[in-house]
Design a protein around this ligand. Sequence first.
Ligand code: ADP
Length: 232
Amino acid sequence: MSNNSSRAILRLEAVSRHYGDAANKIEVLNGADLAVHSGEMVALVAPSGAGKSTLLHLAGLLERPSSGEVFIGEKSCGTMNDDERTKTIRVDIGFIYQFHHLLPEFTALENVTLPQMIAGLTKSEAAERAAQLLEYMHIAQRATHRPSELSGGEQQRVAIARAVANAPKLLLADEPTGNLDPETASYVFEALTRLVRSSGLAALIATHNHQLAAKMDRIVTIKEGKIVPFEG
Ligand code: ADP
């Protein structure tokens, strides 16, 4: 193992993912390799149906590869039992989706507080960190509002704060700005970038927005089941 790969937060080694039976086999990934390091933002740009969601699900341990290995830090996910996998997902990985999926009956602050209480923090510890994160995302002034009282960009900034509430190592995002107008998308993306840079997260972000993709450290795509650099 090289020094470089040993520092990877997320590593896929020769990962394949097939759907269907032998007669109707769909090979979405076929020997795919990828490493994402601490503090690095990698954009995933590929046409619909190319396998972006599949790749994010594999990286987030929500699906298992047909063959190959997924590592989170030094942990090989193939050898984990269900409890270890659930714990790794909860502790090490944060998810952001195109739609915020905030809990509608709770305030912004509570939405960021709850995951930390589930992880074992006291209510006051969790609320203090939640307030700091909302401040960091420039949304503190809306802390006591429920999701329905927030704009799309505000909801998404709360969702980002929630995704990192338990200080994960890896952030996985599926079209995090896909539902926003261009100006709001830029603002939300800037907030996300600030967070990744300051926290040393590794981030893999699927997006159709080429302008935002170009601001990340590198862009990859999926071609013939492999993960390759995106060219133009
Ligand atoms: P993207 O996110 O890039 O649009 P997906 O990862 O959702 O692509 O899908 C990649 C391919 O795998 C598509 O052809 C899709 O139909 C197929 N696929 C995804 N999930 C399943 C499944 N559970 N069963 C069968 N085929 C699937």
